[in-house]
Design a protein around this ligand. Structure first.
Ligand code: NAD
Ligand code: USQ
Length: 404
C-alpha cells in the first residue's frame, strides 16, 4: 500500500479535535497507521468558512465520511467520528464519556490571522470559539478523565518578534536582585494569535489548579501537503489553501509559482518565522503523546525546524520553479498586516529534537513535490483570491462581505 501499518501505539486512545483540518487529518491518519485508537472530533466549521467566503482547497478534498470510509477500506482501521462543536459542552461531554481519551490533540480552532482581522464579528468569533472550546476541553479532562494528557496546538506567533532570543515557553528573569522562571512575554499580532495566548494562560492555570497534564506546542508555519498516509488514495488527499485568508506563506508561494502569479512578498519581506514540513507536524504530535507532560505544570515545546524570512522563501521557490521551467516572478505587495518587516529573530527549538525528531529540511525534493501537486491542480485555482482581501488597519465594526 505504500504505508507501513504497525502497532506502536496500540491501546492508546487519542481524540483528535479538528481532525478534518490540514494538520489534524494528516495527524489522525499518521496515528491510526501506527495502531493508536483514533477518534476525530470536528464541527466542519472550516469547510463552512470557505463556503461563505467563496474559497476552496486547491486539492479536491472528500467529505470526512468518505475519507474515513476509504481509510477503513484500504487499511482495515477504524476512525470514530464525533461531528459537533467543542463549544457545546453537552455534545463534548457525551462524546468524551463514550471515548474516554487518554490523549486529546487539540487542533480545533479558527486558525487564520487574516480571518480574525476581517471585522469585529470575526474577531469576537475567533476568540470565543478558541478560548471557550479550550476551556471546555480542560473541564472535560478534569471531570471525566483526570489522567488524560492534552496536546494543544499553540503558535510561535504567541511570542511575536522580540529583540531577544525566544525560549521554549518560559524565561529566567532576574529583577531587583531576585530570580524566577516566568512565562515568556507574549505579543500576539492579530486577534487570532492573541486567542492562543489566552489559551496558554488558561492552560497554565488549569494544569496548576487541577493537576492536569498539558503540553502546549508552539508550532511555526506548516508547509507541504503529502504524508505517506494521505498519498495513499485521492480520497485521502489533504487540503491545500492558497487564498489570502487561509493560505500560508510557503504553500501560497509555491501555488503562485505554479499558476504564474507573481509571488506576493508583503512589504520589505524581512519577516522571519519558524517553518516545518507537515511530515514533521505529525511526528511531533506522536512524540508529544509518547512522552506526555507531567501533572501540574504546563510543558511548552517550540515546534518548527528552520527559520526563514519571507524573502528567502520567495527566492527558494523562484529557483525551484526555474528547474521545472516555470518563469517565477517575485513582487512586493503593500503589507496588509501591521508587523515588523525587519527584525531580530532567534528562537530555540531543541525540546522536540531531544525527544527524537529528525527534521525533514526544506530542500529541492519537497519544493519539487509540492510544485508538482500545485501544477497538477492548478486549474482549480481562482487567481482572484490571491491578493490580500483585507488589512489590519481597516478591520471595522461593519461586516466584511465577499466581494468588497
Ligand atoms: P484547519 O482550519 O485546517 O483545521 C482546524 C479544524 O478545526 C477544522 O477542521 C475546523 O472545522 C475545526 N474546528 C474549528 N473550531 C471548532 C470547534 N469549535 N469545534 C470543533 N471543531 C472545530 O487548521 P490547521 O491548519 O490544521 O491548524 C490546526 C491547528 O494548528 C490550529 O490550532 C492552528 O492554530 C495550529 N497551527 C497551524 C499552523 C499552520 O501553518 N497551518 C501553524 C501553527 C499552528
Ligand atoms: N506573508 C507574505 N506574503 C504572503 C503571505 C504571508 O509576505 O502572501 C508574510 C506575512 O506577512 C507574515 C508571514 O508571511 O509575516 C507569515 O504569514 P502566514 O500567513 O504564513 O502565517 P500566519 O499568519 O502567522 O499564520 C500561520 C497559520 C497559523 C499559525 C501561524 C504560525 O495560519 O494558524 O499559528 O502560521 S506562526 O507564524 O509561527 O505564528
Amino acid at each position: 500500500t505504500g504505508v507501513t501499518l504497525n502497532n506502536e501505539g496500540k491501546g492508546k486512545r487519542v481524540l483528535v479535535v479538528g481532525g478534518d483540518g490540514y494538520c489534524g487529518w494528516a495527524s489522525a491518519l499518521h496515528l491510526s497507521a501506527r495502531g493508536y485508537e483514533v477518534a476525530i472530533m470536528d464541527n466542519l466549521a472550516r469547510r463552512n468558512w470557505d463556503q461563505q467566503l467563496g474559497y476552496d482547497s486547491l486539492t479536491p478534498i472528500a467529505s470526512i465520511h468518505k475519507r474515513v470510509a476509504k481509510w477503513k477500506e484500504l487499511t482495515g482501521r477504524d476512525i470514530t467520528l464525533y461531528l459537533g462543536d467543542i463549544c457545546d459542552f453537552e455534545f463534548l461531554a457525551e462524546a468524551w464519556k463514550q471515548f474516554e481519551p487518554e490523549h486529546v490533540v487539540h487542533f480545533g480552532e479558527q486558525r487564520s490571522a487574516p480571518y480574525s482581522m476581517l471585522d469585529r464579528e470575526r474577531a469576537v468569533y475567533t476568540q470565543v470559539n478558541n478560548v471557550s472550546g479550550t476551556i471546555n476541553i480542560l473541564y472535560a479532562m478534569k471531570e471525566f478523565t483526570p489522567d488524560c494528557h492534552m496536546v494543544k496546538l499553540g503558535t510561535m506567533g504567541e511570542y511575536g518578534t522580540p529583540n531577544i532570543d525566544i525560549e521554549e515557553g518560559y524565561l529566567d528573569i532576574t529583577h531587583n536582585g531576585r530570580t524566577d522562571t516566568l512565562p515568556y512575554p507574549k505579543q500576539g499580532n492579530s486577534f487570532y494569535h492573541l486567542s492562543k495566548i489566552h489559551d496558554s494562560t488558561n492552560m497554565i492555570f488549569c494544569a496548576k489548579t487541577w493537576g492536569l497534564k498539558v503540553t502546549d506546542l508552539n508550532q511555526g508555519v506548516v508547509y507541504g501537503v503529502k504524508t505517506p498516509e494521505t498519498s495513499l488514495d485521492e480520497t485521502l488527499i489533504n487540503r491545500l489553501d492558497y487564498d489570502s485568508i487561509f493560505g500560508t506563506a510557503l504553500n501560497r508561494f509555491v501555488i503562485q509559482a505554479a499558476v504564474g502569479h507573481p509571488i506576493t512578498v508583503y512589504g520589505k519581506g524581512g519577516q522571519t518565522r519558524g517553518f516545518l514540513d507537515i511530515r514533521d507536524t505529525v511526528r511531533c504530535i506522536q512524540l508529544a503523546i509518547d512522552n506526555p507532560a507531567e501533572q501540574g505544570k504546563m510543558r511548552v515545546m517550540n515546534q518548527f525546524t528552520e527559520l526563514f524570512s519571507v524573502n528567502e522563501l520567495a527566492s527558494l521557490v523562484k529557483d525551484a520553479g526555474a528547474k521545472l521551467d516555470l518563469d517565477v516572478q517575485v513582487t512586493s505587495v503593500p503589507n496588509p498586516r501591521i508587523e515588523a518587516e525587519e527584525h531580530y529573530y532567534n528562537a530555540k527549538n531543541s525540546k522536540l529534537k531531544d525527544l527524537g525528531l529528525e527534521p525533514h529540511l526544506l530542500g529541492d525534493a519537497i519544493l519539487d513535490s509540492l510544485l508538482n501537486v500545485a501544477v497538477e491542480y492548478k486549474d482549480r485555482c481562482d487567481r482572484q483570491l490571491i491578493l490580500p482581501a483585507n488589512a489590519w488597519g481597516s478591520s471595522g465594526v461593519s461586516r466584511h462581505f465577499v466581494g468588497e
